[in-house]
Design a protein around this ligand. Structure first.
Ligand SMILES: Nc1ncnc2c1ncn2[C@@H]1O[C@H](COP(=O)(O)OP(=O)(O)OP(=O)(O)O)[C@@H](O)[C@H]1O
Ligand SMILES: [Mg+2]
Length: 330
């Protein structure tokens, strides 16, 4: 496959298991934080990854940006293996894929000025002169709506929304193609959330960026997403186009998540499905479908057998109940 044809970012069966100690006399156990996730991200598109706290979203983000090494699976960028231990793969990982974190308070060094924060990646990864670095920082600041005089200010002098603009600017300094945004607006007020989301969409259009946009809140991704992946306990339970997921959610978990999401359009207001019970622990996942204890449709089969993610043409779904009603594409 040529570079042009190969998908921009392609993940196959990505896994991350963490060893955990359970006390002195118990053997070490494994937390399956991510247990086999696959997707394709196309250039200029946004894949939203949603699900409750602890389902493995940030773990996926850390694997995509190679902050952590996967326990298993494949990850390629335009057909090139990102998991290889060689300088070319290392360079791709450092430059082409960047991450923006949730907390604009914690992720910016309070002792450094905006200019220094932005230029740091250039110092590490390029041989640009100080003058060129400053020019680049000012250019990116303008793109994200920051003023030149803010170059010499410290992060604490900015509002939450502006700090997130700085974090986004830092992520763009090396001209990445993929930005993994881990809950980029969750710490912000709703009015500011919309501004930052609009900025991200404008930047996407202007720079041709692709996003993996992580959020526990479906309503946040409704405008920005092209594809949506719904995760539950380290696995994908449903994946489809945004239109499909929002208009016709099919997995009972997606239905419940969506029913808890405020919708403006009355056509989409539906009966509120209450999710009862706790999210099970990935340290001790239930037998069968991980969602069965909270599912209104669960059958005996769901308690025993883990459903596979199958392609039904309009969406990928892992659910026995759906499978009994629909014909999978083989
Ligand atoms: N370093 C680690 N060691 C052991 N367990 C971990 C580690 N990091 C994450 N986990 C566990 O992996 C699971 C997934 O965590 P992760 O942070 O990816 O979830 P998340 O979907 O991002 O949640 P949130 O919405 O709260 O950010 C959780 O059960 C978490 O406790
Ligand atoms: Mg997280």
């Amino acid at each position: 496959m040529s570079e042009q044809q190969a998908p921009l970012l392609h993940a196959v069966d990505l896994k991350k298991y963490y060893p955990v100690k359970q006390g002195m006399f118990k053997p070490e156990a494994e937390v399956k934080a991510l247990d086999g996730v696959s997707f394709t991200l196309e250039r200029g598109k946004t894949l939203a990854v949603v699900g409750e706290s602890g389902c493995g979203k940030s773990t996926l983000g850390r694997l995509l940006t190679m902050i952590e090494v996967p326990t298993g699976g494949e990850l390629t960028f335009q057909g090139q293996d990102l998991l290889k231990h060689d300088p070319a793969a290392e360079k791709l990982r450092r430059q082409k894929i960047q991450i923006v974190f949730q907390n604009p308070y914690g992720s910016l060094n309070p002792r450094k000025k905006v200019g220094q924060i932005l230029e740091e990646p250039l110092i590490i990864n390029t041989d640009l002169s100080a003058k060129e670095r400053k020019e680049r920082a000012l250019a990116i600041m303008a793109k994200v709506g920051l003023k030149p005089e803010q170059y010499d200010r410290y992060p604490h002098m900015f509002s939450g929304g502006q700090r997130q603009r700085i974090a986004i600017a830092r992520g763009l300094m090396l001209n990445p193609e993929v930005v993994v945004a881990d809950e980029p607006v969750s710490a912000l007020d709703v009015s500011v959330q919309a501004q930052v989301l609009n900025l991200m969409m404008d930047l996407q259009d202007e720079l041709g960026l692709s996003y993996v946009f992580i959020s526990h809140d479906l309503s946040v991704v409704e405008h920005i997403a092209d594809e949506v992946m719904v995760m539950y306990l380290g696995r994908c339970v449903e994946q489809g186009s945004k239109e499909q997921i929002f208009a016709n959610p099919q997995h009972p978990y997606t239905q419940a998540l969506l029913s808890a999401t405020p919708r403006l359009d009355p056509e989409y207001r539906r009966e509120r499905i209450k999710l009862t019970g706790e999210l099970p622990s990935p340290l001790n996942p239930p037998k069968g479908c991980a969602f069965h204890a909270r599912c209104r449709f669960a059958t005996e089969r769901c308690n025993q057998e883990q459903p596979k993610l199958k392609d039904y043409g309009d969406a990928l779904i892992a659910c026995h109940v759906v499978d009994e009603q629909k014909q999978a594409v083989v």
